[in-house]
Design a binder for this molecule. Structure first.
Ligand SMILES: [Zn+2]
Length: 236
């Protein structure tokens, strides 16, 4: 961190954002700036320019963050607003901070407590997710995976076919699969993929979190109909 200015440590968050703004937009007068720490359900932060005022809303998870982290986020948010590439040093510094074990634990708690989760029952019109889960559990995991909450998404999403939410220990599957014309193999493949997330946790070593680790990828190849399933998914 030898590139840090010594003044950094005496700057308030507003001063940090003002300095980064002047660096990115040297010819633009500094707009009025407000920074708010908000009780979001996650570590997201937002910036917007509205009638000449810059509003920054930062997750209160970052309220106690060291100045270099606040500075990194300033580069990320202002860079996003003004479509400037963010120097890797800032993106990395910010990621490393969020990846710290204590930060992850806090974020996890906050998601659990503040994030409401709607989980429909496992029973759909055509398929019962519990039945699908247990069938795959027996076939591929010796029946050893603990069953999480299982539910269908509200809409028949094509962009989000399924996801595993560790904070609520839930697998949510798109309703697009709960139709007679959707090949059962596609539903099985998506469920199998999400079950692998239960089996292979996210890798947090290093700066970047790795959701689909090498072990995950290898295990996924064990699914017998993977090629056909992926083909059929494209035609849904
Ligand atoms: Zn995945």
């Amino acid at each position: 961190m030898q590139d840090l200015q010594s003044s950094l440590f005496f700057e308030t968050a507003v001063e940090i954002y003002a300095r980064v703004f002047r660096e990115l937009k040297p010819r633009t007068p500094l707009p009025e700036l407000t920074i708010e720490y908000c009780r979001f359900a996650n570590a997201d932060s937002f910036i917007r320019l509205e009638s000449g005022r810059l509003h920054v809303r930062i997750s209160d998870l970052l309220e106690g963050a060291p100045a270099p982290v606040t500075e990194a986020l300033a580069y990320i948010l202002l860079g996003k607003l003004y479509r400037r590439p963010v120097a890797r040093v800032y993106a990395r510094r910010y990621r490393l901070y969020l990846n710290r074990r204590d930060m992850r634990r806090q974020a996890h708690l906050v998601r659990q407590i503040r994030g409401r989760k709607f989980v429909s029952g496992p029973r759909g019109q055509v398929h019962d997710l519990e039945e699908v889960f247990e069938r795959l559990n027996t076939r591929f995991f010796n029946g050893l995976l603990g069953r999480p909450q299982l539910g269908w998404s509200r809409g028949a999403s094509r962009s989000m076919l399924g996801h595993f939410d560790p904070s609520h220990n839930a697998i949510i599957v798109s309703r697009i699969f709960d139709r007679p014309e959707a090949p059962p193999l596609t539903l099985e493949y998506v469920m199998f993929h999400e079950m692998l997330h239960l089996r292979y946790p996210v890798d947090y070593s290093g700066a970047r979190r790795r959701v689909h680790t090498k072990e995950f990828r290898e295990a996924e190849k064990e699914f017998p109909g993977i090629k056909e399933a992926k083909q059929a998914l494209k035609k849904l």
